[in-house]
Design a protein around this ligand. Sequence first.
Ligand code: AMP
Ligand code: ZN
Length: 141
Amino acid sequence: MTSCLFCKIIEGSIPGEIIYEDDHVVAFMDIGPVSEGHLLLIPKTHRENIYDMTEDEAARLFSVAPRIANALKEEFTPAGLNLLQNNGSAAGQAVYHFHMHFIPRFDQTDGFQFTWDPKVEELPQDRIRQIAEGIRSKLQN
Ligand code: AMP
Ligand code: ZN
């Protein structure tokens, strides 16, 4: 028996308000929604986070995203829509089965905050160039 909450929802051993399912992914309503329509899209195969996903699994999952986004748009006509995906506790991940949040946005006071102060002094353009070089080198194999 799995101990993963989201695997249990896939198996049907705990309830989930499922809105979409195919051979590879499931989407269901978030139990602690930020806003009306807040839902989660997950792979059926247990993967902790983005680091564990294969390219095929990621492609299949994201291929459903426009359809879900448009269903939310049709249902709520929200002012905006955030897709959010947390990896690791420092990034706010609480459930360790990959999930992408779909969060319809209604106005600036709807309870969802996602802002940062750009570090223009600590990270000037030449440092950004150096950082980019490091990342590029990791993508070359
Ligand atoms: P994260 O912080 O990105 O790991 O998000 C985990 C999300 O899972 C939160 O928004 C929770 O409200 C949601 N959640 C936790 N348990 C359940 C559940 N049983 N059914 C639906 N959503 C859940
Ligand atoms: Zn799982």
